[in-house]
Design a protein around this ligand. Structure first.
Ligand code: ZN
Length: 287
């Protein structure tokens, strides 16, 4: 009998502590989660005249493909961030070169699109980029006050090359100590609530990341970065000849696809024209 009483007391104490824990968890959580929206921005296009560059197994002999260049404005409560900053705005109105394996083009800058949304460039407090390539960093210089989140592997490469590599010119403000750089090792939960997470997906570059955005109505969305550039390469785990590391790329495909299945996420390949319609057309935002 004594034993039963002791057991009952122990269970009561456990139940009480669980209830208290739940109450504490409730009181420390915000009353409502921060509102989260995502708007696709037009960050240019790239005509690929030699699609073979995107396959180290010669999957696309003689093929050409028009790619889009996408950036995303994400609003978390009162905070604005950009995911990628597209091609350089100097391409707007420039004479389009003829020939060449990849021909980039631009019609409107990020700042002009933000103006249409009533957002000033100085309201962007975070710029997170998938990787260091020219078509993802072109307009970072328009946001000098933003904290720059970039894969540590990429940032180490950029720092060791410095401005001697002219492809690093857009990083000048951050390379010369003027800007706030926050190198990302592994994954990064940007707002600390799991709603927007940079995912470590190396291979295309050493510090390449994809982005998970958990929208309330649309559900989880996975932005590829340049894990793949178009649907066929995504489907076949295709590896461009200019990727940094083949084995890392394949491991990243494996992780990304398992996450997609487990989260039942919508995948958006950022350079894939056929994926633009997965989000509402600008200026509307996904929620
Ligand atoms: Zn790209």
């Amino acid at each position: 009998m004594k034993m039963i009483i002791r057991l009952f007391a122990a269970i009561s104490a456990l139940a009480l502590s669980l209830a208290t824990g739940a109450a504490q968890a409730q009181s420390s959580a915000p009353a409502t989660p921060a509102a989260l929206t995502m708007t696709r921005l037009d960050c240019g296009s790239i005509m690929v005249n030699n699609l073979s560059l995107f396959s180290d197994t010669d999957a696309y002999p003689g093929a050409r493909r028009q790619l889009v260049d996408s950036c995303y404005l994400i609003r978390h409560g009162d905070t604005y961030m950009l995911w990628d900053t597209g091609l350089p705005a100097s391409l707007i109105g420039a004479v389009r070169e003829q020939g060449g394996p990849m021909i980039p083009a631009m019609t409107i800058s990020i700042s002009d699109q933000l103006a249409r949304l009533g957002v000033r460039p100085d309201q962007i407090s975070i710029i997170a980029i998938s990787h260091r390539h020219f078509d993802h960093i072109g307009q970072i210089g328009d946001f000098p006050n933003a904290r720059l989140l970039i894969g540590a592997g990429d940032w180490n490469d950029i720092r060791s090359e410095g401005l001697a590599n002219e492809e690093n010119a857009p990083f000048a403000h951050w390379l010369t100590g003027g800007g706030n750089v926050d190198p990302v090792t592994g994954d990064r939960d940007i707002f600390g609530d799991g709603s927007v997470v940079m995912l470590n997906m190396p291979g295309h570059t050493s510090g390449h990341h994809s982005l998970l955005v958990r929208l309330a109505a649309m559900g989880p969305v996975l932005l590829t970065g340049d894990l793949a550039h178009f649907q066929e390469n995504y489907d076949q785990n295709g590896v461009p000849i200019f990727n940094r590391d083949r084995a890392d790329t394949l491991a990243s495909f494996d992780r990304f696809k398992a996450l997609t299945r487990n989260l039942r996420a919508t995948v958006i390949i950022q350079h894939e024209a056929r994926d633009v319609g997965k989000l509402p057309a600008f200026p509307a935002a996904a929620q």
